[in-house]
Design a protein. Structure first.
Length: 294
């Protein structure tokens, strides 16, 4: 069966173009969501065509903001578009700054051998659990202007901080309806769980609207409390859990460079992030290696 690639892109056109080239396989359908604010990128991709894969560009995107529910809304738009179009064996959420680090034959064989498993990463350390509790226990307001670069940041940040301080002073904590979990935003999930997740959309958008960084919480939480919990591929290692090679020790995350080539090609993971158009040497090397292996 075919795979659906759900891609959220903001910039980095050269990397995105490389990613799409590597995914251009008759066994794949591509669904691309470009942040509404990324007008230049959207203009470049408007008439983009792929040779083998079916390509779908989301026609009416919303603006995306770090730490905000808008990222969750974008994921649901992509999942709904794919589910309505057909039945896929797997749905892969990628950033436009990601690349596969295995050939398409290898990737399809891997998921065929592990059919039914859910590849969702979980951060289980005490530090992450403390951070999770902080993000789900309060109401976070004005999350669309959390970045200092946002034009409304200076105006809204005093109200943002006041709301949090007030909640702490009165010892207010939001209700914990279920066991909440946290992990990487990026995933590879089955058709059955994707359908289940889409059916939970109303609850997710209501409960996580004022949660900080809900894109790192909602999939993990719904899966953890679902009939599909037993299908989680790996709970204790986030990189192995979602089969993404992401280095949080050298960056936030680290941007792969030419000198990392051996680490990338010998990794057991299937995808890697983050790549940059400022480091196209490593992008071109990865493309050359795994396009030739196809």
């Amino acid at each position: 069966m075919k795979h659906a690639y759900l891609i959220i892109a903001h910039n980095e056109y050269p990397v995105l173009k490389s990613l799409l080239t590597m995914l251009d396989d008759e066994r794949n359908d591509i669904y691309l969501y470009i942040d509404r604010r990324s007008r230049a990128l959207r203009k470049k991709m408007r008439n983009y065509q792929m040779l083998k894969a079916q390509f779908h560009l989301v026609s009416a995107p919303i603006k995306l903001y770090w730490g905000d529910i808008s990222l969750v809304e974008a994921e649901f738009i992509l999942m709904e578009a794919a589910v309505e179009h057909g039945v896929y064996s797997y749905y892969h959420l990628l950033s436009g700054a990601d690349l596969p680090i295995k050939s398409q034959d290898y990737i399809h064989d891997f998921f065929r051998q592990n059919a039914g498993k859910e590849f969702v990463g979980y951060w289980q350390s005490s530090e992450h659990q403390k951070d999770l509790d902080r993000k789900i226990s309060r109401y976070y307001l004005f999350t669309k202007s959390l970045r200092p670069s946002d034009k409304w940041h200076a105006l809204t940040v005093p109200f943002y901080n006041f709301a949090l301080i007030l909640q702490k002073l009165i010892h207010f904590r939001r209700k914990r309806e279920m066991g909440f979990q946290k992990g990487s935003q990026w995933f590879s999930i089955t058709h059955d769980f994707c359908q289940y997740l889409v059916k939970e959309k109303a609850f997710v958008l209501k409960r996580f609207k004022y949660t900080l960084c809900p894109d790192e919480i909602f999939v993990q939480t719904i899966l953890w409390n679902s009939p599909y919990k037993g299908n989680i591929y790996h709970v204790d290692d986030d990189n192995e859990g979602n089969m993404r090679l992401i280095d949080w020790k050298r960056g936030a995350p680290y941007v792969w460079r030419k000198q990392d080539y051996e680490e990338l090609i010998h990794s057991e993971q299937l995808f890697a992030r983050k790549f940059s158009s400022d480091q196209m040497e490593i992008v071109n090397l990865i493309m050359e290696k795994f396009m030739n292996d196809k």
